[in-house]
Ligand binder design. Structure first.
Ligand code: G3H
Length: 214
């Protein structure tokens, strides 16, 4: 699938799940549970041991059903390795122009992390496909609303502290999608093997997003 179609797929689901340092024995279960719940993009952070093998294996097992990406990517070299492993998108908490350039050159989705209006525009003009507003909840739902006047043409995705309590407001205030770590990829449920909790929570987020878009 080409990049633009993948961007649309990500926006349609409206959720990127941030999977940080999963145990190897859990990752396929986590992915399956989240996809069942309607998550259209799964991100594994690159501080995970064996992350590139995990990305390759998720692409192999679930590639037709979800996008698979690499997160917490700070540099272009790591982005390249992730894309070689099969990553569809590169997600970051920071803005690194070379990472955007390389990700674009390789035809993949670039989602850098930024905070200020100047950074948002810098990232967008450098070719970012979506802009991660980080840390989303610390900046607040009103921050996204205020940005819509001058920067409403730029697709924003608040991430960091997004929960069932504030997700709908972020969407109503103009976010095209949200990034979800701890509130969706729940460590206690995973450790106890209660993967159905992840599916259930993903469905709750999906419902909130759909309703907020009406
Ligand atoms: O970059 C992504 C964040 O680590 C996710 O934050 P969260 O766990 O508060 O959703």
């Amino acid at each position: 699938m080409n990049k633009l179609a993948n961007v649309e797929k990500l926006k349609e689901s409206g959720m990127v799940a941030v999977i940080r340092r999963p145990r190897p024995q859990d990752i396929q279960h986590i992915a399956h549970a989240l996809i069942e719940g309607g998550v259209g993009a799964l991100e594994i952070t690159v501080d995970t041991p064996g992350v590139f093998e995990m990305i390759a294996s998720l692409k192999n097992n679930f590639g037709g059903r979800t996008l698979v990406g690499a997160g917490t990517v700070f540099d272009a070299e790591t982005a390249k390795l992730a894309i070689q492993a099969g990553a569809d998108f590169i997600f970051a908490p920071i803005l690194d122009l070379e990472t955007i350039r390389v990700t674009n050159a390789l035809g993949k989705i670039s989602i850098p992390g930024v905070m200020t209006p100047t950074e948002i525009v810098t990232a967008y003009e450098a070719g970012a496909d979506l802009i991660k507003i980080f840390p989303g909840n610390a900046l607040g739902t009103d921050y996204i609303k205020e940005l819509q006047g001058p920067l409403g043409h730029i697709p924003m995705m608040p991430t960091g502290g997004v929960t069932l309590d504030n997700a709908a407001q972020f969407i109503r205030n103009g976010a095209v999608a949200i990034g979800l770590g701890g509130s969706l990829v729940k460590k206690d449920a995973i450790e106890a093997g209660r993967y159905e909790e992840l599916t259930h929570t993903a469905r709750q987020f999906a419902h909130l997003i759909q309703e907020a878009r009406k």
